[in-house]
Design a protein around this ligand. Structure first.
Ligand code: PMP
Ligand code: GLN
Length: 394
């Protein structure tokens, strides 16, 4: 067989089964377990933003938006990049509204990765990255983020390992910071190292920054696009889902220099063309809520992180510091097993809880076999219930 058929599907996707998020959320529903697996909040977003969507529904935002997105949202994204990231972005030629960050990522990879081109990503990686590279006909190469030896600092990588992974076929470095699932926020020094390699080896960088406002303990998110030499070689991607607790709206965006943007737009127009008309002006309202709003969301989430981490520590797991995102990672070995997959499949029955086996985000199985991801973007009541179940479990 040379290509996918109606019966076998796309050959590049043969290695991928159902996404872990669908599997584990279905398991949670079926077993009535507390779902700390899939990363979605269980509360609605800010009332102003919800109200703006309702207004838009009633006031003529129900037809196709322009291909690049409604002007009001593109202008708000450009203003947001200027205010929070120190980036000058032209709202007309350098911003594209997409069906979530997922579409921005897929369209960018399809635009720049040809057959056999290599894409470097850090493992553990968000699951759609591997599938999107495969759809584009590319080859993924991974560099491992390893837990801190002291259990205190952030996950880290070996610069030499990264350098050795780059070769003449490497086209793209795909970066996610703040990082799902480890909670790592890449430091300025690390980003400078990545930028240096990208400039030296003429790589494009796709920067997935969907958790950009969700950082804790004073850790600051920095956009790699703002570092010297990077503006013209970086595609910066984000999404409204996490920042405004509206994951179901699927409003994302990409920012890039005009030649890059044209190529991404050409792909995007045949994926969805456009999406989410009435949600677009509402996200514009959200982006304008101001620094105090963003700080409040992060502080609220930090308290939830602390609560869940305490429960996990009490239950006997080794917990790692999460500097950002919705997630915290634990090492399950103190509980007598190193098989995270089996552990997570049994957890609903054993403890009425659902979590994600981190190994699904690794190519190098031994690196992630013993790690499990828990989401803390949940209400007090849900976190209390999880705490009770974890206490009974230990
Ligand atoms: N990137 C990362 C790192 C994620 O965790 C997610 C999950 N929300 C996405 C991209 C996808 O974002 P969206 O729902 O906006 O497509
Ligand atoms: N980003 C979310 C997570 O990592 C879920 C995304 C999805 O369900 N596809 O849990």
């Amino acid at each position: 067989m040379t290509a996918g058929s109606a019966r076998t599907g796309h050959p590049g996707l043969a290695e991928f089964g159902e996404t872990i998020f669908a599997t584990m959320s279905e398991l949670a529903t079926r077993t009535q377990a507390v779902n700390l697996g899939q990363g979605f909040p269980d509360s609605d977003g800010p009332p102003e933003v919800l109200e703006a969507a309702a207004d838009a529904l009633r006031n003529g935002f129900n037809q196709y938006p322009p291909l690049s997105g409604h002007q009001v949202l593109r202008a708000a994204i450009a203003e947001h990049q200027r205010t929070y990231r120190g980036l000058e972005v032209d709202a007309d030629s350098e911003v594209l509204v997409t069906a979530g960050a997922t579409e921005a990522l897929t369209a960018s990879l399809m635009a720049f990765v040809g057959h056999g081109d290599e894409v470097i990503m850090f493992e553990p990686y968000y699951d759609s990255y591997a599938a999107a590279v495969a759809l584009a006909g590319g080859v993924r190469r991974v560099v491992t983020l390893r837990p801190p030896d002291d259990g205190v600092g952030a996950f880290g990588f070996e610069l030499d390992e990264l350098r050795a992974t780059v070769n003449d076929r490497t086209r793209v470095l795909l970066l996610n910071t703040p990082h799902n699932p480890t909670g790592k926020v890449f430091t300025r020094t690390e980003l400078m190292q990545l930028a240096e390699i990208a400039c030296e080896r003429d790589l494009l960088v796709i920067a997935d920054e969907v958790y950009e406002h969700l950082t804790f303990d004073g850790h600051q998110h920095i956009s790699i696009a703002a570092l010297p030499g990077m503006a013209d070689r970086t595609i910066t991607i984000s999404s409204a889902g996490k920042t405004f607790s509206v994951t179901g709206w699927k409003i994302g965006w990409a920012c890039a220099a005009p030649p890059l943007m044209q190529a991404i737009r050409s792909v995007k127009q045949y994926l969805t063309f456009v999406n989410g008309g009435p949600f677009q002006p509402a996200v514009a309202v959200g982006l304008g809520l101001g620094a105090a709003y963003f700080a409040g969301v992060a502080a609220d989430l930090q308290a939830r992180r602390d609560r869940l981490r305490a429960s996990l520590t009490n239950a006997g797991f080794v917990t790692f510091a999460s500097q950002g995102t919705y997630f915290t990672t634990v090492d399950i070995r103190p509980l007598g097993t190193d098989d995270g997959r089996a552990f997570c499949l049994a957890l609903p029955e054993r403890a009425g809880l659902v979590a994600i086996p981190s190994v699904v985000f690794y190519d190098t199985e031994p690196e992630g076999r013993h790690l499990v991801r828990f989401a803390f973007c949940k209400s007090d009541a849900v976190l209390d219930q999880a705490a009770e179940r974890l206490a009974a479990f230990s």
